[in-house]
Design a binder for this molecule. Sequence first.
Ligand code: ZN
Ligand code: ZN
Length: 370
Amino acid sequence: MTAHLTSPDRVSHAQKAAAGAGVDALLVTPGPDLRWLTGYDALPLERLTCLVLPADGPAFMVAPGLEVPSVLASPVRDLDVEVVGWGETDDPYAVIAARLGSPARVALANRMWAEQVLRMRAALPGAEQSLASGVIGELRMRKSPEEVDALRRAGQAIDRVHARMAEFLRPGRTEREAGREIAAAVLDEGHATVDFVIVGSGPNGASPHHEVGDRVLQAGDPVVVDIGGTTPEGYCSDCTRMYTLGAPPAEFADYFAVLHESQLAACAHARPGVTAESVDAAARDVIAAAGYGDAFVHRTGHGIGVETHEEPYIVEGNATVLEAGMAFSIEPGIYLSGRHGARIEDIVVATPDGIERLNVTDRQYVELGA
Ligand code: ZN
Ligand code: ZN
């Protein structure tokens, strides 16, 4: 990806946070933490690439010699990070161990491969291992104004795709045919990658993570369209809207009204100072009161940033107190097995006194010509 949004401060903030958490070093292999910290969108390979952030000491990155040109072509070149290339017969784990001495605690990127975790353990036998989410997740969860701007642009890009849905959904074509054109539109409207395309028509809409299948769209179908991608800046979009092909079944219109009220209630409740789980309850209470509680089968939302799903999760049991700058989805759903289902999803960001919705297209279902 190009034009990645990073800040040299992230590396030093992560080092300070590690020190505050009693972690001697953060070990970050390719994945979302590395992208967030450095802007380097490295290929995950069996040869070790690892950013090492000591709590006290200079940051460095070990990388296979043949990958060093890619590292130096990335935003890493602008950071105060020494790049240490290793040759085909060198042991990069030994290189890290020699530089770190004997740390008591290291934190590993959550997406590190198991084979790397075990080799780190062998190379640093005295170090207790923990997950880097305890340090880096806390930083990633609180978006800077620049990150909120990037998420707003991602939201606008996916909104433009939803605004074009009449081009793609028609009776007589399959979900897969529609999905292929929607995926092309996700790229055309400003994303670098398509992360997922869900077109759940009729009974397939009752399966929340159905992607696309060979079902032919039919007049009267409610259709769940949940789509997202990653922008060239490295930030994700994720938005669900409902469409119907002509007039929907009466039952659908009834529970959609409940769902719409639920989504509004959760958005009205969400603000700094309330817990993540209370936002889930605000959505769930409306649906349960209308008798559809058993049909809302998933959490209300998830954080979003350089990953589609990250902290804070909007779910019962998560007592995290929301703060301005936290970005997450509010996406209640009602699913009637074998018949149809509905979900409404917006990405929102907490502001000092409420939330801002980053998806702004109409939340009512859109009746397309059948
Ligand atoms: Zn979604
Ligand atoms: Zn989502």
